[in-house]
Design a protein around this ligand. Structure first.
Ligand SMILES: *[C@@H]1O[C@H](CO)[C@@H](O)[C@H](O)[C@H]1NC(C)=O
Ligand SMILES: *[C@@H]1O[C@H](CO)[C@@H](O)[C@H](O)[C@H]1NC(C)=O
Length: 793
């Protein structure tokens, strides 16, 4: 039988202890429990179950600071007769580390300081064992040691410090913010966790509700403009605020937010500004500002002109950023007309708080005086554009019109006029500097320029920097100074089978003049042609005329081209006319009257040639062209070393071959031009690998030689040349014709060179070749050679 032993130590008698004791008194005494009379080993006694008693809770106060272990309570089994046979054993949470038990008496002590806020209870198991048999005399039982709270934690503002805002001028009691303090102590037991709030700083402006921590305004009409921030200190104290309670504090920064409780006020009742009369429209004249102690939208304001003599001249608008009233110019100022303006300007708050309307008007007015300053202004033309008209027949010096400008300043100085020559480059006009009279300086031509747009300068004679500009638009009036001509170049033809009276061409005319009533042209054959038997002309009276045949049987072979002079006149006064000659071809026509071939035509397609054939011919021509081009370019490329070779001194070649040359066709090896005159600058022509034209060799001229040279010498000479050419690395790769002339030894003529007969013209004269041709021909016949790559004649 377990007994709960709970002996309160007299030093720690507390209210809590007493409370617990009362509960415990149910079955527990403050003294030693009276021993049970039942024997220790009575198994039947185990049936008495009193485990559901509250005994299985012990209480121990936290934060015990005494030196001795704190007595918690006592375990006792009524089996224990005090003979020392029963041994008490403790196990579970904190057993032997925090809680120790006297195994003989069952007294439990706490060896360490306990903190409820750390661990509020410990679950332990108790055993009563027979000391000798080590057998349990009681079933093991679980019990709890509760740690008893004491007020060892102060309230804390976990969310502090706080900031909050409240509109200025709020009524008393307006809630600002709620502060909350938390206390770690046991809220279910005692007052250790019951806090009350109080305000330490911030009175008399604010108050705090002691239970809720709600901060409220405490003064009416707190003005942000006077003071906009308050620092409050709020205290929370546990033990319901009683003496001995613990406390914590936090700060609350309360900012008053703005409401529109202030109207705009101009700092001055009147403003004075001065502007030059030359100020451009839309310029800023002045800025005025009405002050408003409110901020943000509550300080936004509109400005307007409510009165004054400057209505329409000026405009006032608020500057979004600065809230200034910006006065801008709307119309051009003129000092000479009005030199000062007075405006009444009102500033009104844009966002009005109806609560404060009764405090006063939310607008203010000020007077603005604007003085216009005189500025020296350039002359002004009475009309910016002067339109004038002049005939294109006007004689030089004809007066066209007058422009006029004046100085707008009070000084009214004299004006000098001039023409901006950039607008009259050809100087068609003159202007009288003092009167402004414009006259012609040059013959005008409407057909070239019908309207002259010239700029006139008007300059103050005292101050040439003051220049005004005007425009004179001078329209040139037409006179009939152009004769009509054919509208186009007619290509008239006539079929051979044309009948008499057939219209072969309808002609019209053009005339650059522009008579106001339109053109009216007259057509006629010239008097000489009037009696023409071949053609006649009919004026259609609609500015066209028809050319008709007068006879038939025109034959190309007889006459292929006819000229018909036609006179065209206009209706101007005086009328102008011109003679235009119509050329008429006689053509062979198809049955439809389409010209097939006109004798004088350079090229006429043969009749009946189909398009297909045409394309084929074209393709052939094109292919040939491409081929030729290809060959030419290939030759060019291969020839390059040759050209270099040719660059060498020609005389060297002569010396090397030790002959007189004479193959003038071989312009590569023997440039005879160089021989003719060594001072002649050599023409750097590319070598012309061209076969001499056949006729050269068959000239009808009689050969200038009489005898056939010795064969042996020639053969030797030719073989030498052939060998040289065959091993010559710079020789052209393709077959080429090289010509040499060789007189052989013992020539009486010394030289057959035709040097003397040559003209010194740089142009090659091949005439002499015809002299030599037959001779070479003979040689070719004798020694014609085509072995290897070179052929020699
Ligand atoms: C004449 O010239 C001025 C500029 O030189 C131009 O502004 C104006 O439009 C012109 N007037 C006419 C009718 O062409
Ligand atoms: C008219 O045609 C004939 C025959 O071709 C010619 O001889 C004559 O000169 C022509 N007359 C005129 C005016 O061309």
């Amino acid at each position: 039988q377990w007994y709960l032993g709970f002996i309160m130590s007299c030093e720690i008698w507390t209210l809590a202890g007493l409370l617990m004791l009362l509960l415990a008194l149910w079955e527990v005494g403050c003294s030693e429990p009276s021993p049970s009379p039942e024997p220790l080993d009575t198994g039947t006694a185990l049936h008495r179950q009193k485990r559901s008693w509250v005994w299985n809770q012990f209480f121990v106060l936290e934060e015990y600071t005494g030196d001795d272990p704190l007595y918690v309570g006592k375990l006792h089994s009524d089996v224990d007769k005090g003979e020392g046979r029963v041994k008490y054993v403790l196990s579970g949470e904190g057993a032997s580390s925090i809680f120790i038990i006297d195994e003989n008496t069952g007294d439990i002590h706490a060896t360490k300081r306990l903190d409820r806020e750390e661990q509020a209870y410990y679950t332990l198991r108790a055993q009563a064992l027979d000391r000798y048999t080590n057998r349990p005399v009681e079933p093991e039982s679980e019990f709890i040691i509760k740690v008893q709270d004491i007020n060892d934690n102060e309230p804390k503002f976990l969310d502090g410090p706080y900031t909050a805002g409240v509109p200025e001028m709020s009524p008393v009691g307006t809630s600002v913010v709620q502060v909350v303090a938390t206390d770690a102590d046991d809220p279910t037991y005692g007052n250790s966790a019951r806090v009350v709030y109080s305000i330490l700083e911030g009175q008399p402006y604010f108050s705090v509700e002691s239970k809720t921590g709600i901060i409220r305004t405490a003064l009416p009409s707190m003005d942000r403009e006077a003071r906009d921030q308050y620092l409050l200190v709020i205290q929370a104290k546990d033990m319901v605020g009683q003496m001995g309670g613990l406390s914590g504090t936090t700060s609350v920064t309360v900012t008053l937010t703005d409401v529109n409780d202030n109207p705009p006020r101009f700092t001055r009742k009147s403003y004075q500004f001065t502007v030059p009369e030359s100020l451009p429209v839309a310029s800023v004249v002045a800025k005025i500002k009405a002050a408003d102690s409110d901020v943000g939208p509550n300080a936004e304001m509109d400005y307007r002109i409510i009165d004054g003599d400057g209505l329409g001249m000026f405009k006032v608008a608020p500057d979004k950023d600065t809230q200034e009233g910006v006065i801008t110019l709307q119309k051009v100022l003129d000092f000479e007309t009005k030199a000062s303006y007075t405006l009444r300007i009102e500033a009104v708050n844009r966002n009005i708080d109806p609560r404060f309307v009764n405090l006063g008007t939310f607008s203010d007015t000020a007077t603005v005086h604007i003085t216009v300053e005189d500025v020296d202004e350039p002359p002004v033309f009475s009309s910016p554009v002067s339109k004038m008209v002049v005939s294109e027949a006007a004689k030089l010096g004809t007066i066209i019109g007058t422009v006029s400008a004046h100085d707008p300043d009070s000084s009214n100085s004299a004006i000098r006029y001039s023409i901006d020559r950039n607008t009259d480059l050809e100087r068609f006009f003159n202007i009288d500097a003092t009167t402004g009279v414009i006259s012609t300086a040059k013959q005008l031509d409407r057909e070239v320029n019908a309207v002259h747009n010239i700029t006139i300068f008007a300059m103050e004679s005292q101050d040439p920097l003051q220049v005004g500009k005007g425009i004179a638009l001078i329209t040139v009036m037409d006179i009939n100074d152009n004769a009509p001509v054919f509208a186009i170049d007619y290509e008239t033809f006539l079929c051979e089978d044309a009948k008499p009276g057939q219209v072969i061409q309808t002609i019209s005319a053009v005339d650059p003049d522009e008579p106001p009533s339109g053109h009216r042209f007259f057509f006629a054959l010239t008097p000489e042609a009037a009696s023409n038997l071949n053609f006649t002309l009919r004026d259609n009276k609609d500015n066209t005329a028809s050319v008709l045949t007068k006879r038939g049987g025109f034959r190309r072979r007889e006459q292929s081209l006819y000229w018909l002079p036609i006179l065209i006149g206009d209706s101007g006064t005086p009328s102008l006319s011109s003679t235009n000659t119509l050329s008429i071809r006689v053509c062979d026509c198809d049955p439809d009257g389409m010209a097939q071939s006109c004798s004088a035509e350079a090229y006429m397609l043969p009749a009946g040639l189909s398009t297909g054939a045409l394309v084929a011919i074209l393709a052939c021509v094109l292919t040939l062209l491409v081929l030729v081009l290809l060959i030419v370019t290939m030759r060019r490329r291969k020839k390059e070393p040759l050209i270099l070779d040719e660059e060498r001194d020609v005389r060297e070649n002569i010396v090397r071959y030790d002959d007189e040359g004479g193959g003038e066709e071989d312009t590569e090896a023997f440039d005879m031009v160089a021989l003719r005159n060594l001072n002649v600058i050599r023409d750097h022509k590319a070598r012309r690998d061209v076969t001499p034209e056949v006729p050269i060799f068959f000239s009808s001229r009689p050969p200038p030689y009489k005898t056939v040279p010795d064969n042996g010498i020639f053969r030797e000479f030719i073989w030498d040349r052939l060998k040289d050419a065959d091993v010559d690395p710079s020789a052209p790769p393709y077959d080429s014709l090289q010509t040499y002339a060789f007189e052989g030894s013992g020539s009486v003529a010394e030289s057959l060179s035709s040097l003397e007969s040559l003209s010194t013209d740089s142009d090659q004269n091949y005439d002499y070749l015809s002299d030599w041709g037959p001779r070479f021909k003979k040689l070719a016949d004798l020694y014609g050679h085509s072995e290897g790559s070179n052929m020699f004649l």
